[in-house]
Ligand binder design. Structure first.
Ligand code: HPA
Length: 253
């Protein structure tokens, strides 16, 4: 079954006919909220609002381990993360989508692994390609089917937040090779890899990163709000396509 982790702007999924909500207890504490099981266009999905259903959990306090563990405990095989980002790459105009293929992790102080290492052999998991390519391809098909223009690859810089960046920080990220900046991509992607979920992200630029484009002198919250409002409507269409494709490709249990 497909899980959708909704980020900023996607705390609810209109169009989802809800069948049940389930509180999941995990060894890692509480997830961001109960899992919402339902159907999107007749196809089963489970939805979780990363920042809580009232958008009250900031990026550095999200319990990423509990969220991923909860999904994995409920027969989820595939996960799409909906991630708003600031555009660094010249092609990531506000409103444009990207399916990132790489990550640079600048976060700190987050719980980054399920491995406890209590007397067990240390394992170093491969993370050369941090996203599940199968799922990335499906995300791109879903975007194309919805008539969306998108970047087929890009480097996602995961920053700590909750503050936005300085101009100099964005310049450094650009020199590092980052195409977009967001606050929640890690450790979520790695935890999904560790637990064996096929995970990819659909990023959408909601503003130019600090110091770029119309954010040259600051990032306007109104610009972010406006872009979010019009973009999430389109995102819902993409997710419907994705739910349909995943349902056809992965026999349900
Ligand atoms: N920086 C970091 N995270 C973000 C941004 C940004 O400019 N926009 C949306 N999420």
């Amino acid at each position: 079954m497909l899980a959708i982790i909704g980020g900023t702007g996607l705390t609810k999924l209109p169009g989802l006919s809800i069948q049940r909500r389930q509180v999941i207890r995990t060894p890692y504490g509480e997830p961001s909220g109960p899992l919402t099981f339902g159907e999107l266009d007749g196809h089963p999905v489970v939805f979780l609002a990363r920042h809580g259903y009232g958008h009250t959990i900031p990026p550095h306090l999200v319990n990423y381990r509990a969220n991923i563990w909860a999904l994995s405990s409920e027969k989820v095989s595939h996960v799409v993360s909906v991630a708003t980002v600031g555009g660094i790459h010249a092609g990531l105009t506000p409103g444009r989508f990207c399916v990132p293929d790489q990550i640079i992790d600048y976060t700190h102080g987050r719980e980054t692994t399920f491995a406890e290492y209590n007397g067990k052999q240390v394992v170093h998991l491969d993370f050369t390609w941090p996203y599940c390519e199968d799922m990335r391809q499906r995300c791109m098909q879903a975007l194309a089917q919805a008539g969306e223009d998108y970047l087929a690859a890009g480097v996602y810089a995961a920053v700590q937040g909750p503050r936005l960046e300085t101009k100099a920080e964005i310049e450094r990220l650009a020199r590092d090779g980052a195409d977009m900046v967001g606050m929640t991509g890690m450790p979520e992607a790695y935890l999904a890899r560790e637990i064996g979920l096929c995970y990819a992200a659909i990023s959408v630029s909601v503003n130019w990163a600090a110091g770029r484009g119309d954010s040259a002198d600051g990032i306007s919250p109104e610009v972010i709000e406006d872009t979010l409002a019009q973009v999430m409507e389109r995102m819902r269409n993409v997710l419907k396509n994705l739910a349909c494709m995943t349902y056809k490709a992965v026999p349900q249990n």
